[in-house]
Design a protein around this ligand. Structure first.
Ligand SMILES: C[S@@+](CC[C@H](N)C(=O)[O-])C[C@H]1O[C@@H](n2cnc3c(N)ncnc32)[C@H](O)[C@@H]1O
Length: 193
């Protein structure tokens, strides 16, 4: 079980009607296989720092804080007003291990030499943003990029355009299948350099 009881509970008002119900129950945060998958990545690649695009209610942030064994610090960003409450709840529980910033990824201003061991991309899944998010992720020189919703067309296009990995042929990608909108399909992709 992942304890998310300290996080604010989203209702339909916290969802973007253009995108549909998002961030709520899509990540199978209570799935022990997902915990194990995340934990193994954390151990294998010694993930100490994470940058997350798309905090929403703080579920994935909590998942990483609880299951990435070596994690010292996660920075998570989201322009959503609702996420301000999630950021505050995360800070209260995890203190200096979490930093939330209310900002859109495309406006994010990097500090010189800012680096993260892993980047989790789960912000906008539309238009050019997934591509720009991959470019931002790459600029942090991470060992791992994990990306949610690779079943969505703009996300797939972004992945291919970045030349990072081919969804079908690259043997190095990690592929996690989860339940999304009632269908079994790819949910999270990790690329390892
Ligand atoms: C699917 S939810 C994130 C769910 C969260 N990662 C989890 O698994 O619990 C997507 C979030 O991304 C945010 N978002 C959309 N575009 C963004 C962007 N360009 N930069 C950062 N966050 C963005 C939305 O406000 C929304 O809260």
């Amino acid at each position: 079980m992942l304890d998310v009881s300290f996080l604010p509970v989203p209702d339909e008002n916290q969802h973007d009607p253009k995108i549909g119900m998002q961030g709520w129950g899509y990540l199978p945060y209570n799935n022990p296989q997902l915990h194990e998958w995340v934990a193994n990545i954390g151990k294998k690649y010694k993930i100490k720092t994470v940058f997350e695009i798309g905090t929403f209610a703080g579920y994935s942030t909590t998942l990483f804080l609880e299951h990435l064994y070596h994690l010292d610090k996660i920075k998570t960003i989201d322009p959503n007003n609702f996420s301000v409450g999630a950021g505050a709840a995360l800070k209260k529980k995890y203190g200096h291990r979490v930093e939330y910033q209310k900002i859109t990824s495309t406006f994010y201003v990097k500090s010189t030499g800012e680096h993260y061991d892993m980047v989790f991309i789960d912000g906008s899944h539309n238009g050019n943003v997934p591509y720009l998010d991959i470019q931002l992720a790459l600029s942090f020189k991470p060992k791992v990029i994990m990306m949610d919703n690779i079943e969505l067309p703009d996300v797939q296009r972004a992945v291919k355009k970045s030349g990072l990995f081919d969804l079908i042929h690259d043997p190095d990608y990690f592929y996690y299948t989860n339940e999304h909108r009632g269908r079994r399909q790819p949910g999270i992709l990790g690329v390892f350099t």
